[in-house]
Write a protein that binds this ligand. Structure first.
Ligand SMILES: C[S@@+](CC[C@H](N)C(=O)[O-])C[C@H]1O[C@@H](n2cnc3c(N)ncnc32)[C@H](O)[C@@H]1O
Length: 206
């Protein structure tokens, strides 16, 4: 009987996880990316692109005529994203690059989308943000999303479980990365587990 209950619980957790990964997370990503105001023809950098989960919704937003660059440090991630792009025939260039020293000229992109790595950069977060600001054109869109759990979630069973797996869920929202005087939309997304900061790059001074 004990084994049976364990098996049921395991199966239930597996189903929930599968639904989250296959349906909920992609639909949340799309909702968040759709709200960025990207336009057909835009050049967008998917910064630290990983497996490429953002690529389909970004491509949909900038088509026709847009172009997406996916950049990641890890050769394995670059290979995985390249496979995805080929399979789905997406207008994406996948490249290896370091977020702390981006291999692009100034003002190369109309928008930079970052999900999921800024917390890992620790005391090099500002360096990563300075590089994002450098490659974004004046008035271009910058969107940064990563873990930061809403206070009311922290003490829940689910919250404690996630924090045990990844203590960065306790990181505060890094609003200090927004340039001084710039108005940013700051919100918690994905059921209050992540932050999302969106702002427009201020114009360069001569
Ligand atoms: C948690 S994954 C997020 C991937 C993807 N953006 C997503 O939302 O699914 C973090 C990614 O950041 C990449 N990464 C970490 N440090 C990096 C760096 N210095 N430059 C570029 N990519 C980096 C990792 O290789 C990994 O693919």
């Amino acid at each position: 009987m004990g084994i049976c209950r364990e098996t049921l619980r395991y199966n239930f957790q597996f189903v929930i996880l599968t639904l989250a990964v296959r349906i909920w997370i992609p639909s949340e990503r799309r909702r968040i990316i759709d709200a960025l105001g990207l336009k057909p023809g835009d050049r967008v950098l998917d910064h630290c692109s990983g497996l490429g989960g953002n690529l389909r919704p970004i491509c949909d937003a900038v088509s026709p005529g847009g172009h997406v660059t996916a950049m990641d440090l890890s050769p394995e991630m670059v290979r995985a994203a390249t496979r995805l792009v080929r399979r789905r025939r997406l207008p994406v260039t996948v490249e290896q690059g370091d977020a702390l020293q981006l291999p692009y000229p100034d003002a190369s992109f109309d928008a930079v989308v970052h999900t999921g790595a800024i917390n890992q950069f620790g005391d090099r977060r500002q360096q990563a943000m300075d590089e994002i600001l450098r490659v974004t054109r004046d008035n271009g869109v910058i969107a940064i999303m990563d873990e930061s759990m809403a206070p009311e979630r922290v003490e829940t069973r689910f919250g404690k479980f996630l924090i045990k797996q990844n203590p960065m869920f306790l990181d505060p929202i890094p609003t200090e990365l927004v340039p001084p005087g710039v108005e940013a939309k700051v919100e918690r997304v994905m059921a209050g587990l992540f932050f999302n900061i969106v702002f427009r790059r201020p114009a360069r001074t001569a």
